[in-house]
Write a protein that binds this ligand. Structure first.
Ligand SMILES: Nc1nc2c(ncn2[C@@H]2O[C@H](COP(=O)(O)OP(=O)(O)OP(=O)(O)O)[C@@H](O)[C@H]2O)c(=O)[nH]1
Ligand SMILES: [Mg+2]
Length: 202
């Protein structure tokens, strides 16, 4: 039997692939977040935290931590049949920050993870994306023993622009992380659309 064109199966959709960065301070849960949602075995570059690093690695709040990211985390998630995100987790410790410029090349947007017990640890990441006009969202990783604050308080403490979304999340929970990622894609898309509108209007 010969099938007409319309009866043949739909051609496979070529998905749009977008690059999203996951940044934030040391030990805030970046590697955990990428691992929680990635549908491929995430690539990790973890090294053991050593005695030699003790004077510089501030472990308060994450005393159980044994390893740290030295280059990046990499994962992938299909949000929709036609939309795939590549996730790049950055190293949290300052001495590895030279990696950030490399990693942020071509990124659509970023998630800045924050821990309310050590909010100041994410200031540098917020500054970094603000300065480069990379759209970002702040994900407050709610550790059990941290006090809960409304998103609005976090926004004020970080002195964020009104348009920057602040979302409470659990970096270990796939659904929670998916919400964060959908949020950052939405935010970045609307920022890009607004910028294009301004260009056309001028
Ligand atoms: N209770 C709790 N623990 C978490 C959560 N997210 C991460 N952790 C734990 O916190 C520690 C730090 O997590 P990582 O994912 O390695 O943090 P990171 O931001 O990648 O750390 P660096 O790469 O060293 O900057 C690990 O021991 C995790 O198991 C969370 O949402 N709740
Ligand atoms: Mg890490």
């Amino acid at each position: 039997m010969i099938f007409g064109r319309s009866e043949r199966g739909k051609p496979p959709v070529e998905p749009v692939t977008l690059k999203i960065l996951v940044a934030g301070g040391f030990g805030v849960g970046k590697t955990t977040l990428v691992g929680a949602v990635s549908e491929i075995r995430p690539l990790r570059t973890e090294e053991l935290l050593t005695e030699a690093g003790r004077p510089v690695d501030d472990l308060s709040g994450v005393e159980g931590k044994r390893t740290t990211t030295v280059a990046m985390d990499f994962g992938r998630i299909t949000l929709r049949e036609d939309l795939v995100l590549y996730l790049f987790g950055t190293p949290g410790q300052e001495r590895f920050w030279f990696m950030w410029d490399e990693l942020s090349e071509g990124a659509l947007g970023a998630v800045v993870l924050a821990d309310t017990r050590r909010l100041e640890d994410c200031f540098a990441a917020v500054d970094y994306f603000e300065r480069r006009s990379i759209p970002f969202l702040v994900g407050v990783n709610c550790f059990e023993d941290a006090a809960r604050y409304p998103a609005e308080d976090v926004r004020q403490a970080l002195d964020l622009d009104a348009g920057v979304p602040v979302v409470l999340c659990d970096a270990r929970d796939r659904e929670s992380v998916k919400e964060v990622l959908v949020g950052v894609v939405r935010h970045a898309m609307s920022r890009t659309a607004a910028a294009r509108h301004r260009t056309v209007a001028t």
